[in-house]
Design a protein around this ligand. Structure first.
Ligand code: MG
Length: 345
């Protein structure tokens, strides 16, 4: 097939890049999903929807998990399914109160594997302090999906009156913080999938961040915006910030925490670590005056020991995301286009 044929095909049918968290997926969401279903709440395209009742505000979100393989160093599909939904609620400023668990299982799936994954769901839910309160199970014929199991979790969180987060609150001069090393999850899954052995075992960072985020908010940090850099990585989140706030973002390469083994693996396999998925990371935008206090709170938490101030919000026309390299050069950071890493979460 020529490039033109491939382009024509991607206009007619779903291709894997439509699920990659990049430009292709953004177009699918805009031109098809929002075209059919768009409304004021959905159009925000935030990590969760804020729903107001007469007495309170809730955050509501859902996420499906198709990771292959089901188990990898540092986690499995069960831990991911809990952490992914909890983190989407937490980055909206919510206090998660309950989860659903939907399972689609192929016939022939080993019950011992299912038990291991359910125990992992239970462990992660207990760690986060958020129970699974409802669920659904479907069994389908063999031969769909390859791994034998898909999960979906939805979650609900309470949203405190004092919490107001959004792209519109981001200001030039704000600091951009992250709670630790980037790229761990994506490179861990990729290394087991391809049977690649590195000298150090690469471990997923999958973790529930509701505790860390609650401590930041309780400390009175005036958080402007948060997002978890999952598919599309840090590059995807910064591109969203820049596009939606209409402001530039400057990141300093030597301040971005990356494990040595992850950096080596990414370089060897030709991945830009800034676009690789994380499952236990949050990007925060805070006023510069709150920066050190926020970092102090984060570093005291077990999931924030390597928290760092990686850059700042700037004015810019057009607004760009730029990486200031170790040698002082500048490189434009692009949102990944399509499928960097299939079935990573
Ligand atoms: Mg998210």
């Amino acid at each position: 097939m020529t490039v033109a044929d491939v382009t024509k095909q991607t206009e007619r049918v779903i291709v894997r890049a439509h699920g990659g968290g990049g430009e292709m997926m953004a177009r699918l969401i805009q031109d098809h999903i929002l075209a059919a279903l768009g409304n004021r709440t959905l159009n925000e395209l935030t990590d969760g929807a804020v729903l107001s009742t007469t007495t309170s505000r809730l955050v509501f979100t859902t996420d499906s998990f198709v990771v292959a393989p089901l188990e990898f160093p540092g986690g499995d599909i069960g831990r991911l399914a809990v952490c992914g939904t909890i983190n989407d609620l937490a980055v909206m400023g919510g206090r998660p109160i309950g989860l659903s668990l939907g399972m689609i299982i192929e016939e022939g799936f080993e019950l011992s594997s299912l038990d291991r994954i359910l125990n992992s769901v239970a462990d992660a839910a207990t760690e986060a302090g958020v129970p699974v309160v409802t669920g659904d199970t479907k069994v389908i014929e063999h031969g769909i999906g390859g791994t034998g199991l898909f999960l979906n979790t939805a979650g609900v969180a309470e949203l405190d009156d004092a919490v107001h987060l959004g792209f519109s609150r981001i200001q030039p001069g704000d600091a951009v913080l992250v709670n630790g090393t980037l790229g761990d999850h994506g490179m861990a899954v990729l290394s087991v999938r391809n049977g690649i052995e590195f000298q150090t075992i690469l471990k997923s960072d999958a973790a529930p961040l509701n505790g860390l985020i609650a401590e930041v908010l309780a400390a009175g940090v005036d958080v402007r915006f948060m997002r978890d850099p999952t598919r599309g990585g840090l590059a995807g989140v910064l591109a969203d910030i820049s596009a939606n706030a209409g402001l530039g973002v400057e990141i300093e390469e030597d301040r971005v925490p990356v494990n040595t083994a992850v950096r080596a693996a990414a370089e060897m396999l030709g991945f830009d670590v800034l676009t690789v998925a994380n499952e236990g990371k949050v990007v925060l935008v805070v006023p510069d005056k709150d920066r050190e206090r926020c970092l102090g709170v984060m570093r005291r938490h077990r999931y924030g020991r390597r928290s760092a101030n990686i850059g700042r919000i700037v004015t810019g026309d057009p607004p760009l995301v730029e990486l200031i390299t170790r040698t002082g050069g500048r490189r434009i950071v692009q949102r990944p286009y399509g499928e960097e890493l299939p079935r990573i979460c």
